[in-house]
Design a protein. Structure first.
Lengths: 168, 168
DNA sequence: AACGAGTAGTTGAACGTTGTAGTAATGAGG
DNA sequence: CCTCATTACTACAACGTTCAACTACTCGTT
């Protein structure tokens, strides 16, 4: 059923022949690709249906709730969430319109903007958290042994480090 | 720095107290969340810059190239890629406009539509594959031991199964 | 053979994201 | 103290995705 799609690799820059993935590597990579899609789709749907928040909005609330004074610079927030600045601006604008966060220009650095969690935002987070935690337990944690979960954490930290190192 | 954001969980439906995640589970889940964002962002950018294809478009090409006759029903393709039907329709419409695939209504079932990889699409895939494989090697495979990678594949297959089982 | 229920795919509008510019504030060098 | 480079964020437009109809076909009943 699965025939090799490509057996004559085209040339890459100078003389660098590409080593293809073997069957096991292929399968693992494919499982990661599909598994993450299925997982995040399910988590997003659970949260959306249960609380009206998207995963991204929820993450914004979480990060702010953990910050001292419940305040973070927009750029720091963008960095933590791995979002573009532009994307974060839009997301935060919507959340500000809904009263979950508020913005004011930073006192330290006139260029910066501070984003603060409002009481309403905190209340919304407290309401959403049990729904989300239950969802994560059911979809992710329940599917793995404790060791598998922790190994998975280690692996993704390594991946994260590798990717960031490769473009500094 | 990281204070507990929520210590008084609100009530969930009937008497079901939520068990919170312990610190290790939290850390693992957070690593997964951030790691996948960083990884897919990097893979997407590598591919986009190197070939002008998005990861999604690339996956469409791959699945078609592996199918017998390089043809798949739209619904099968949507299922494999974990995309909504509507999303796939839009994506395929753009790809058809660019000459990478073609569509014709299925001879078996008048409701169905077959999507076929064109020669141009196959050529485009052969051109993109080495770029993508190199990227996956660099970002993902190079960051892990072989065993870690295979374990990761196993874990995501379990997650996939669990999620799908929970909504059949 | 005609109905209704169900399935397959498309459409269009609303929404969210990305990329490209643009504005504003800081800070180093002349 | 003025410029130029840098950093921080926002605005706008192009693009992609989602959601809710809508069309078209199939299949099991009656």
């Amino acid at each position: 059923m699965t025939q090799t799609p490509i057996d004559t690799p085209t040339q890459t820059p100078p003389g660098a022949e590409v080593r293809w993935l073997d069957a096991e590597q292929q399968a693992a990579w494919r499982a990661l690709l599909t598994g993450t899609s299925v997982l995040f789709e399910a988590l997003g749907r659970d949260l959306e249906h249960g609380t009206g928040l998207s995963l991204h909005e929820y993450e914004v609330l979480v990060r702010l709730s953990e910050a001292p004074g419940r305040v973070l610079r927009m750029s720091v927030l963008a960095e933590e969430l791995v979002h573009s600045r532009s994307r974060l601006t839009h997301t935060v604008s919507r959340m500000e319109r809904d009263g979950l966060v508020s913005r004011c220009s930073s006192s330290q650095d006139g260029r910066g903007v501070d984003c603060m969690l409002t009481d309403a935002g905190m209340a919304r987070l407290e309401e959403a958290a049990p729904v989300h935690v239950a969802s994560v337990r059911r979809r992710l944690i329940g599917a793995l042994s404790r060791e598998q979960l922790l190994d998975l954490g280690v692996a993704f930290n390594q991946i994260d480090d590798a990717v960031r190192a490769h473009r500094s």
